[in-house]
Design a binder for this molecule. Structure first.
Ligand SMILES: Cc1ncc(COP(=O)(O)O)c(C=O)c1O
Length: 465
């Protein structure tokens, strides 16, 4: 995945990469098991999800539509719980709701034993109204509004992750008013930033989240928390990035955080009883992506924390992680209907679908890669190099940059884009006044809408001028 920032304005197809065109896959109808939801199979050539035919889903719920395999989400929750839940520290897994936040999904993850991590008052209300036990909710955010802090305190949520000096004082005020003592974690900026296949361990203090270790701000934040009897200091938090494929970055971050824990023990005689290493565990979007399985990830992180604590002579804290993408990302596909097919001679074929950057901004925002397949039928036609584009007034409105599809593709065919469960619906917009798609959960041959498709009437209701 390239992370090169692109200049303002369209510059999407004018420079062809040296390895262009990419090689076509051996079988256009194949569904790579690491990329597609676990229930995805072709029956008589047609993609089915949760044993439901995608043509029926499109007919009943319209397109574009996000289709979520409930058993896939639950299965991944179970794997995280088994991998992380069984260690001596009583490690805990919190689902990062920012990846996709709906009541149904929060209930599934809670059923499987996970806590829920929210980062705004809105996400907090979804969790509370879904019936999530407040004690198993953690509140994040670099600028939690005073009303959000007051609500979190009143609801009795389990942890607040503190992100600024102002917030330490504000939370203590609301806790005193309510006569409660919230457990807090201090978010530490370790200077480590990690993404797929690489990590950098310098120069990333220049960001809005957390208290810098390098500047001493993290030590000072802990001092201030410990000086306030209204707050219960539980431990430290560190989140180093996203779509991470190895544990090297976590090792450097854990080393630095445990070093701080040692200073806290020396200066204050206080143990850090909880260590939250955040989320960021990678998933496969294309066949080239090869994320580690959750078991080896857990073993790696637990070994790192154990070794670092032993090196500093500290008791083992309770380890917490906060996966978002790793829980919901692979569970979901977006179904689109093909509208137009335009051959741009000698370069590629542009396939326009009925959604676009308003339901998946990740390609435009991060140059993300996706896998796409013809879903409503299989085909033996030869491969055709396509670019899947949306229907917005932007030439950067690209859903899938390079994708081989059968050359007999026709308007009305359904396309499925895989691994759209994380950061697609949650980043969706109404750009060009497109209503946001619904989200449909499938399981054992039945389908139900868990987030209703928006209508133009919904949008007009907000326009009160
Ligand atoms: C503090 C924190 N925790 C957890 C996550 C979840 O990350 P991911 O979905 O990559 O696992 C994020 C994502 O930005 C985050 O900022």
């Amino acid at each position: 995945m390239s992370r090169v920032a692109h200049p303002a304005g369209p510059r999407h197809a004018d420079v062809l990469p040296a390895d262009y065109p990419p090689a076509p896959p051996a079988d256009l109808n194949a569904l790579h098991p690491a990329i597609w939801p676990r229930s995805a199979v072709r029956r008589d050539g047609v993609l089915t999800l949760g044993a439901v035919d995608v043509r029926d889903l499109a007919g009943e719920f319209g397109t574009p539509v996000f289709v979520t395999d409930e058993d896939d989400v639950r299965g991944r929750c179970q794997e995280y719980m088994e991998a992380f839940g069984g260690d001596a520290t009583g490690a805990q897994v919190y689902y990062a709701a920012k990846a996709f936040c709906s009541r149904a999904v929060l209930r599934w993850v809670a059923d499987e034993g996970l806590g829920v991590d929210v980062c705004t008052g809105g996400e907090l209300e979804v969790a509370l109204t879904a019936g999530i036990d407040p004690a198993k909710i953690t509140l994040h955010g670099n600028n939690k509004l005073p009303a959000e802090l007051a609500r979190a305190v009143a609801a009795g949520i389990g942890h607040v992750v503190l992100d600024s000096y102002e917030e330490i004082a504000r939370l203590a005020y609301y806790a005193e008013q309510a006569g409660v003592r919230p457990r807090v974690l201090v978010r530490v900026t370790t200077g480590v930033e990690a993404h797929t296949h690489e990590f950098m361990a310098t120069a990333h203090d220049d960001q809005k989240f957390g208290f810098s270790l390098a500047s001493g701000a993290a030590d000072e934040a802990v001092r201030r928390v410990l000086a306030l009897p209204a707050l219960e200091f539980a431990g430290l938090h560190s989140h180093i990035g996203s779509q991470i494929f190895d544990t090297a970055g976590f090792e450097v971050a854990a080393h630095r955080v445990v070093d701080l824990a040692a200073r806290i023990a020396t200066e204050h005689g206080v143990d850090v009883s909880e260590l939250d290493l955040g989320g960021g565990f990678g998933i496969a979007y294309t066949p080239e992506d090869d994320p580690p399985d959750v078991k080896s990830l857990a073993a790696g992180l637990q070994a790192i924390v154990t070794a670092q604590c032993a090196a500093f002579g500290l008791p083992l804290p309770r380890l917490t992680i906060e996966p978002g993408r790793g829980i919901v990302g692979p569970s979901t596909v977006t179904l689109y209907e093909v509208g137009t097919i335009k051959d741009v001679d000698g370069i590629r074929t542009y396939v326009s679908v009925d959604g676009g950057m308003s339901d998946n901004i990740r390609t435009a925002l991060y140059d993300a890669s996706y896998t796409c397949a013809l879903a409503s039928r299989s085909s033996a036609a030869p491969p055709m190099l396509t670019r899947i584009v949306g229907r917005h007034c932007e030439s950067g409105d690209i859903v899938v940059r390079h994708c081989y599809l059968p050359s007999d593709l026709a308007p009305g065919d359904l396309l499925a884009v895989a691994a759209t469960g994380a950061y697609c619906w949650s980043l969706a917009s109404n750009y060009n006044h497109l209503p946001r798609p619904g989200v449909v959960a499938v399981r054992d041959g039945s389908a139900r809408e868990i987030v209703r498709r928006e209508t133009v009437a919904d949008l007009l209701r907000l326009d009160v001028g």
